[in-house]
Design a protein. Sequence first.
Length: 215
Amino acid sequence: MFDLNKMAQEQIKLSRKLTSRDSFDSIEDTKTIAGVDQAYIGHKIISTIVICEFPTMKILEVKHAIVDSPMPFVPGYVSFRESPAVVEAYHLLERDFDLLLVDGNGILHPRKMGLAAHLGLILDKPTIGIAKNLMCGEVKDDKVYVDSELRGMVVKTKVHSNPLYVSPGNLISIKSATEIVAKCIKAPHKLPEPLHLAHQYSSKTRQQYEKRLSE
């Protein structure tokens, strides 16, 4: 049985180490952006990382790792479940990247420790969380506040589609995170291109894995 209270205290402790300031002088300094996405097969997690050249979005490298899930899904604690798989995939990469886009939240989280924030600390990289649903907070003029603190932005990337909720994870400001996500959109896709590609590759890997299991 997992001690959620202990895990919550760990998240609060880790959140104090986050930096919501840019670790770079300019967005133009960013040359490569990676996207990471997870897919599931039973109790296994497939984590896929796609590195793209920025701003062209040319694919430079794709790697995936398949690991056993360390715990079941519990809202608010996804980082403990998925971060080990992401780290495993990260260590398979032959090249590094400047910034990581994550399918999940950054500081837009009750304890400021969504998956993007957690990974930002582990990898010591600028990270941005991109979520499809609002986990917490109140929206005012496309800004998301939690306990009166600005934690994220509502970003509309596709007409007649629900918005995305963008929040910094670590080593990046809300302003830069929002601008970079906007620069990574490639019509007609709703998600920033590195994330869109990571989702595609992750789904393809899952299908191939399921096919091998059925043979």
